[in-house]
Design a binder for this molecule. Structure first.
Ligand code: FE2
Length: 252
């Protein structure tokens, strides 16, 4: 079998690989939409019971963004998006995206956004008096490879204050959005760093009530992932909701 042919056989096959339904999570798997400690959820949480819409072909066959994105190397290296280098601790953040059965998911779009080393976002609504970094925008994206791996080079974000309550601080974090083969496969989450002293005081982190689930949001330091004389490294594996049944099982 030629290398080219071998590659062909691994290309996504929309007929055999497109799931036809998704497992809905139990009510305790996610933080409540109205989370009293996180003040603004009171204003924006739904006040009526949610209406579940039946999933149709539109949700389970799209999008297939990866080939159309035209990704460049600097999309995954947030330290090389400007003329100069951003200030801060250079880090590599990487991991594997898996479905509920642990299968690595390739071609998953992973997007990140974060504050700079001083804890300031390059965003017009972020006005707290920490310095902006002209060499850091704080947004990146990449697509998982054939082993389901993603990898970013970035700057370790700083913690920042927010107006939730008196002296409220967010632990250092990186926001993640993942989009798989289907619109129903989107996950938005935050990645934290091990041993952050702000954990006990953050209502967003603690809105996930299950301690073990909270730990799954914390990356781990990886000496093996470090790049000598260049960057420290953290690993953060992500498990997406996956198909609850294959089309074959659905038929029964
Ligand atoms: Fe944030």
């Amino acid at each position: 079998m030629s290398v080219e042919h071998e590659h062909e056989t691994e290309i996504y096959d929309p007929v055999t690989e497109t799931p036809t339904s998704y497992l809905r999570e139990g009510p305790d798997a996610q933080p409540p939409l109205d989370s009293p400690g996180y003040k603004s959820t009171r204003l924006r949480h739904p006040t009526e019971p949610l209406v579940y819409l039946p999933q149709t072909l539109t949700e389970i066959t799209g999008p297939r963004l990866a080939p159309a994105l035209g990704l460049q190397e600097s999309d995954a290296d947030l330290t090389r998006q400007h003329e100069g280098e951003p200030i801060g601790e250079r880090i590599i953040v990487s991991g594997v995206v898996r479905d509920t059965e642990g299968k690595p998911l390739r071609n998953t779009l992973v997007e990140v956004w974060q504050a700079n080393a001083a804890g300031r976002y390059a965003h017009r609504w972020d006005r707290w008096p920490a310095p902006l970094d002209p060499n850091f925008s704080g947004a990146g994206r990449c697509v998982t490879d054939r082993e389901g791996r993603y990898r970013f080079t970035t700057i370790k974000p700083g913690p920042y204050p927010w107006g939730n309550h008196y002296n409220a601080w967010r632990p250092a974090h990186i926001h993640f959005s993942l989009l798989g083969r289907a619109f129903a496969q989107r996950l938005v989450t935050q990645m934290y760093f091990p041993g952050d002293p702000f954990f006990p005081y953050d209502p967003i982190f603690n809105s996930v009530r299950d301690e073990r689930a909270r730990e799954r949001m914390i990356s781990s330091f990886s000496i093996h992932g470090t790049q000598p004389n260049w960057a420290a490294a953290y690993e953060f594996d992500i498990y997406l909701r996956g198909p609850s049944a294959t089309p074959f099982e659905e038929a029964h």
